[in-house]
Design a protein around this ligand. Structure first.
Ligand SMILES: Nc1ncnc2c1ncn2[C@@H]1O[C@H](COP(=O)(O)OP(=O)(O)OP(=O)(O)O)[C@@H](O)[C@H]1O
Ligand SMILES: [Mg+2]
Length: 313
């Protein structure tokens, strides 16, 4: 349909991996081995993403996030199921799919290492056949959203990680694609750079109505950018809804923080429907001295940790 940027239906991805043997003899054995096992990285995932949405695609390490993104970008072919990105089958129509997507894999730059950023931009303009006027408008938009002057004439290899990430994001949006995939874009960045990058992504999404698929382990990214989140665990989708829905579901949860005699803080996540806060405190007082108490709303991070632990909702 017209409003759908991405449609995934019952998508599975299996990897065949070799069972490796130890030592030199084992390595030689491996060369001729047919001893394979199957790793199911993505299991029966169905997701629909509408145009203009920013979706947080979350899950613990090894959950299958990057594998999903690789299938959406056409790098990997699904073992079974269907994927349509902008109405195209990504792995069959790789070239056309690439014209309408942008990709950033955190820490791995897609830019020309020795070229000043502005020269990379001009190359991308020519590769993607961006009309000069649109190119100039885009650079003007960049200038209005972030201070690009310090990086524009710098080669990527001389940039800090934060500047490089910023450059990669700008490069991914340059041809004004319908969808941008950001795989852990804020990894390794300091607080102020993270916030700059979040503002930039939010600004570009707002101005260009770009659909953004964002994988991250940083709940600050999620809180700042995503209204909707999809969570996968061990290859299976376990949550797909608004972040507010998640918070309301966990509305009765609070974090109880207690400062003990030795000034360390003890934390407990408490479900007020089933657990009496005062009871927890008095139990704790039997064995510890309590100097201070704080009761906090549960954070998105804790909510998501609970879902990972619980496996499903
Ligand atoms: N090319 C491959 N060959 C074999 N197994 C793979 C391959 N790529 C990924 N896997 C396996 O698939 C599973 C999912 O990996 P994936 O990289 O998608 O996880 P992820 O959610 O992106 O994790 P992380 O948060 O650590 O980046 C893992 O068990 C991983 O070992
Ligand atoms: Mg990954």
């Amino acid at each position: 349909m017209a409003d759908e940027a991405i449609l995934m239906k019952n998508v599975c991805k299996d990897f065949k991996v070799l069972n490796r043997h130890e030592g030199l003899k084992g390595s030689i054995q491996d060369l001729f081995s047919r001893d394979y096992r199957t790793v199911s990285a993505v299991k029966d995932v169905s997701v629909t993403v509408n145009k203009g949405e920013i979706v947080g695609y979350l899950g613990p390490n090894g959950a299958g996030k990057s594998t999903t993104i690789k299938m959406m970008t056409g790098v990997l072919e699904p073992t079974s199921g269907q994927i349509l990105v902008n109405g195209l089958v990504p792995y069959k129509d790789r070239t056309r799919n690439c014209e309408n997507i942008g990709v950033v894999f955190g820490q791995r730059s897609q830019l020309w290492w020795s070229l000043p950023l502005i020269e990379s931009f001009k190359l991308l303009r020519d590769i993607y056949l961006v009309p000069q006027k649109e190119y100039e408008d885009m650079i003007a938009l960049y200038r209005s959203l972030v201070d690009i002057e310090p990086i524009l004439h710098k080669p990527v290899r001389q940039m800090s990680l934060g500047q490089r990430t910023l450059s990669d994001i700008l490069a991914a949006f340059l041809h004004n694609p319908g969808i941008v995939f950001l795989d852990e874009p804020t990894i390794g960045l300091d607080v102020s750079m993270k916030s700059k990058i979040r503002d930039l992504i939010r600004g570009l999404n707002k101005e260009k109505h770009t659909t953004v698929i964002l994988t991250t382990h940083d709940m600050g990214d999620v809180d700042a950018l995503c209204r909707r989140i999809v969570i996968i665990d061990k290859g299976k989708k376990i949550y797909d809804n608004d972040i507010e829905h998640l918070k309301s579901y966990f509305g009765s949860y609070r974090t109880l923080r207690m400062r003990l005699g030795d000034d360390t803080w003890e934390e407990r996540v408490i479900d007020e429907k089933t657990t009496d806060v005062m009871e927890v405190i008095s139990q704790m007082q039997k064995t510890h001295k309590i100097k201070d108490i704080q009761l906090q709303e549960i954070s998105t991070e804790e909510v998501i940790k609970k879902i990972y632990e619980g496996g499903s909702l």
